[in-house]
Design a protein around this ligand. Structure first.
Ligand code: M6R
Length: 338
């Protein structure tokens, strides 16, 4: 999809003209794929200014949508068979709205029925909890938004090229995080007996919080909630007790202090605090009981890095509890019924 430093979406039969005509985006998905959509939404609005709405497919399919003529409905699905996502796609098509699938499984129903398809090429995903599909969906999402931003002249060619170079660095930076996985294993050992946990963040860090919480629930069966950090005091802070783990994801420089303050608030109520942030934000270590630093990267792509320690956290807790990490209870790899 990246060729000579440029994004090439011709495999999806999308040309620059079509892309420049898109008036607004509806991103529709379930579970982790929805969390990818939320990350895309923050990026789309900040980088390109294109109006973007992200919806859970199970809700979207039953809503009355007043589509604009040149809307694009983007359906994200690893399996390409998720019943609600497929139904949402068909619903959009009924209105004659252009659809694009971001899909992993080649030839799946969503891939076949969408007007355009971008494959994530993550390879077969066997384990129920998605990780590599999530990472690849994010990257395809970034590329789509970048191309939209360029076609609308919302960013310069230099900015576009610089951001593509940053995307190309993601694998190496994930490698650096994996080199420090023992830190996460130690942290996980402290949380094995937790009853409930909270993940907080703002902007795309909130999307990563949702994904972190979902992974933890799926793999460790520990109850957890993800909240936009600013929402804590509108209710959930009443659940904080002595020792309740609260993990703050703080990769967005402009919002760092805000979330750090939220962590201080819950700490004063007895919470056990962890911070996931970027190198340089060293005062996080003074606030938090555990701090994990990710390599610096454009804030648009930080979710690709910050999710990794959180995936590892869920994995290590699950292993420590003796659970089957690949086959969590009550879950199917692909939800083909409503
Ligand atoms: O195959 P899909 O991407 O459409 O699946 C969507 C969700 O069911 C899926 O992401 C689910 O949330 C995963 N088990 C999360 O790990």
């Amino acid at each position: 999809m990246i060729c000579d430093g440029r994004i090439d979406l011709s495999s999806a039969r999308l040309n620059d003209d079509m892309i420049s005509q898109i008036s607004n985006l509806y991103i529709v998905a379930c579970g982790s794929a929805y969390n990818v959509g939320l990350t895309m939404q923050y990026m789309a609005e900040e980088l390109s200014g294109i109006t973007t709405r992200v919806e859970l497919a199970s809700e979207f399919r039953y809503r009355k949508i007043n589509y604009q003529e040149n809307s694009l409905v983007v359906i994200i699905s690893q399996s390409g068979e998720t019943a609600d996502s497929l139904a949402a796609l068909r619903e959009a098509k009924k209105y004659g709205i252009r659809t694009l699938g971001i899909v992993n499984v080649v030839g799946s129903s969503i891939a076949r029925e969408a007007d355009h398809v971008l494959y994530t090429h993550a390879g077969p995903e066997i384990s129920v909890a998605t990780t590599k599909a999530y990472s690849t969906q994010l990257v395809v999402g970034y590329l789509l938004i970048l191309q939209i931003a360029l076609s609308r002249n919302d960013i310069s060619v230099e900015e576009y090229t610089g951001l593509i170079e940053e995307i190309m660095m993601i694998p190496e930076k994930i490698g650096c995080i994996l080199d420090s996985k023992e830190q996460i294993q130690c942290f996980a050992n402290k949380l094995v007996n937790a009853y409930s946990m909270f993940f907080i963040g703002r902007n795309s860090d909130y999307a990563t919080s949702l994904e972190s919480s979902l992974k933890l629930k799926e793999l460790s069966y520990i109850h957890s909630e993800a909240y936009p950090a600013g929402e804590l005091k509108h209710g959930p802070i009443s659940l904080i007790e002595e020792g309740t783990p609260v993990i703050g994801i703080m990769t967005q420089s402009e919002l760092y202090e805000k979330t750090a303050n939220n962590l201080i608030e819950v700490k004063s109520r007895g919470a056990y605090i962890a911070a996931i942030t970027v190198f340089g934000k060293y005062n996080a270590g003074e606030i938090a009981d555990f701090t994990f630093y990710i390599p610096n990267i454009s804030p648009y792509f930080a979710g690709s890095l910050s999710v990794v320690p959180m995936q590892l956290l869920a994995y290590y807790i699950s292993v420590a509890k003796g659970y089957d990490v690949d086959k969590p209870r009550n879950l199917a790899k692909s939800v083909t019924v409503e």
